[in-house]
Design a protein around this ligand. Structure first.
Ligand code: NAD
Ligand code: MN
Length: 364
């Protein structure tokens, strides 16, 4: 098998701490499968790099990344650098240049995790968020014609191709995973230029190309309430960039918080590398304390392996996370325990080794 070339960008704050644990998981995978070759290169592109070099990554950074099969990202954000610099000069260029127009986020109940929002135990849906256009465009600006007339405009950009590609990717996932229903988030009653285009092409794709799937469409304000009231009723949710961002954080809160929530920025055509990262940021409030939960990062690594065709390895990781949570003796502070980042990382690594050696015994 050809080696998997992975670009690793730990970033800032807890990004660095949780990435250390994901790198340990990669080392365990190599011992479990001697044929597995993963070449990971770590790139120190973060706020510290910006303060030294005046840029978040070198001029040829994207060309360098393009040579990799995938990017494993931690998190960025540092109070010495404005957030719009870290985001628009590192994450956004990667998402846009590599046409990662699908943001994929699984939302799944986990054993032993109490959610402040929901007592439901059978939540299991995924969110397909449009990731390249929509409300998150840098088109617009501020005008100043005297204090009373100060004005800001930020344009929403939606394209037929953008909507169709996202919805198609979600439908493909639904069919592959035997799902029956697509839920669309909209607000076309008020935001009628862009959101009507969204509605029209979403329903055209689902109804014309995937007759086996049904489509329901809700206004975003109602949908957030349904997420809380009956989260178990959703299967595959499609949403614009802004709506999908908000729904994802809510989805994460429904199943126990940011420390457990992975995400994937996917280029479905596979022409460019996709990027896998936790939903959370650099968490400056707990950075440096060694208490961040590494599960979101390690699960993001599993999403990456799944995307690269190694579903078997992804499954070992996710099963191990579930088993560690089920046992419940190792828990970080965000999920009600006192374990450190390292203890959680090590518990998952040990569980992976056990799973594989038990599996081997059984197969003999
Ligand atoms: P955040 O996700 O960093 O933190 C929100 C809260 O969740 C904090 O209380 C934090 O301690 C907690 N938390 C997050 N991850 C955790 C983990 N793994 N384990 C335990 N607790 C965890 O969001 P924020 O505070 O709004 O932003 C902080 C910085 O991160 C900002 O600079 C922001 O721009 C940046 N950010 C970056 C990304 C990214 O890199 N993709 C995403 C979101 C925010
Ligand atoms: Mn977000």
């Amino acid at each position: 098998m050809k080696p998997l070339k992975i670009a690793v960008i730990p970033g800032d704050g807890i990004g660095i701490e949780v990435m250390d644990e994901a790198l340990k998981v990669i080392e365990v995978l190599k011992t479990l499968d001697p044929n597995l070759q993963i070449e990971n290169t770590v790139f120190p592109w973060n706020s510290e790099y910006y303060l030294t070099h005046g840029e978040m990554m070198p001029k040829d950074g994207l060309t360098t990344l393009q040579q990799y099969d995938a990017i494993l990202f931690g998190a960025i954000g540092d109070k010495r650098v404005p957030d719009e610099v870290t985001i628009w000069e590192l994450i956004m260029p990667i998402r846009k240049q590599f046409q990662q127009y699908v943001n994929f986020r699984p939302v799944k109940s986990l054993p032993g995790i109490a959610s402040p929002l929901s007592r439901r135990k059978n939540i299991d849906f995924v969110i397909y968020r449009e990731n390249a256009e929509g409300e998150y465009s840098n088109s617009g600006g501020r005008m100043f014609n005297g204090e009373q007339r100060e004005l800001a405009v930020q344009n929403t950009v939606m394209t037929r191709t953008g909507i169709e590609s996202l919805v198609r990717a979600a439908c493909e996932y639904a069919v592959e995973h035997s799902k029956t229903k697509i839920t669309s988030a909209t607000k076309s009653n008020v935001i009628f230029h862009s959101m009507k285009l969204w509605d029209e092409h979403t329903s055209a794709i689902v109804n014309n190309e995937y007759p086996q799937l049904s489509l329901e469409s809700y206004y975003i304000d109602a949908l957030v309430a349904y997420f809380v009231e009956r989260p178990e009723s959703f299967e595959v949710v499609v949403a614009s960039n802004l709506f999908g961002d908000i729904l994802s954080d809510l989805g994460s809160a429904l199943v126990g918080g940011l420390g457990l929530s992975p995400s994937a920025n996917i280029n479905p055509e596979g022409q460019y590398p996709s990027m896998f990262e936790p939903v959370h940021g650099s968490a400056p409030d707990i950075a440096g304390k060694g208490i961040a939960n590494p599960i979101a990062q390690i699960w993001s690594l599993a999403l990456m392996l799944d995307h690269l065709g190694r579903k078997d390895l992804a499954k070992i990781i996710v099963d191990s996370i579930v088993l560690v949570l089920q046992k419940g003796d190792v828990k970080t502070a965000d999920i009600g325990g006192t374990s450190s980042t390292k203890q959680m990382g090590e518990a998952i690594c040990e569980q992976m080794k056990k799973l594989v050696s038990n599996g081997m015994e059984r197969s003999h």
